[in-house]
Design a protein around this ligand. Sequence first.
Ligand code: FES
Ligand SMILES: [Fe+2]
Length: 372
Amino acid sequence: MKDWKKAPRDGKSRQENTLSQPLKENRVFNNNKVLSEGWYPITESKKLKKGEASSFKLLDQRLALFRGMDGTVRAMDAFCPHMGADLGNGEVIDNKLRCYFHQWEFNGDGSVSKVPALETPPCNVKQAAYPVQEKYGQVWVFSGLEADHDVPVAPGLEESDADALFLKEITLFAHHHVLMAGGIDLNHFATVHNLDMEFDFEVKEEGSEFKWELEGALPKKGLKARFGRFLLGPLFRYQMKFSGGSVTSITYGHNQRFGGKGRELPALHILWGAIPQENGVSKVKIFLLTKKRKGVLGGITNFFLYFLTLFLLTILRDEDAKAFPNMRFQLGHLVKGDESVARLVQCLNKLPISPWYKTKSDKRKIDPEVWN
Ligand code: FES
Ligand SMILES: [Fe+2]
């Protein structure tokens, strides 16, 4: 397809060929009817000012967010337990949220602090509240009552402060789990990126985060491969981290030296935060990350690293994206080299499902598939 950039990103292919090629439903992977427990970048921090409230939708869950006078953002279910007004239309009083309709007031943990007509508020009424963190200039909300991990950083940046550049928000052609699978689809390196490599991979499972180390020998033929060998030596390494089924991060050049044995090369980091859509495709917010560096020299270094990351991202994106228009991703016949994709599906299918979807998904007939 020539003009793949203009191809529709409306998820309609999920509804096609349903009889002759039924879409197998996984418990979590690529399933647009559930949401895994993870962090989702709901809005830009600067759009929610001190003393402001607003409501947002994540699939069909409406959340009220407000920034208290202490600067902290809190999130809770949006519909007021009294008569259902949207708390996002309410008023921030100190660090509490007051419903517009009859002025019930809520603490950040969802408990009722004041009901105008009553001396003591009812103690049996509590709104569900959700963890919130601010990172990379975004407000992230966790789709569960308790977060078992923080908003992630890219592999290799865990021990240092990171600088981030929010690149943009794009709509994928598919569910964001397909983007994750694309990152470790080892067969496509030869077919899409013209890099015929044998990869080894290792997966570390840490709660709901899955860390991948991949290493492959660069081929000797081809312009890209020869440039790669000149820069990195015979081995190409990268790391990926899949967090809570919603955030993907990648680090290129971890532990690599110039020409394989010279100076240590700086690593390049990218992070994607997903916002799934009802039609089965996802929006993703893309961030470039670097280690925080101080001073003018640090600024120039980071600018250069951002530029390199962007360059790499553009090449890979253009090559990858052509595979996606009209794709209706599913695992059909797996062959040698597809083990890494199957492993990721297995990991994602183990994730806890958000309480917003639990009841619905438990009632659904779930195809157990081989991975469960
Ligand atoms: S609907 Fe919120 S206080 Fe009545
Ligand atoms: Fe790719």
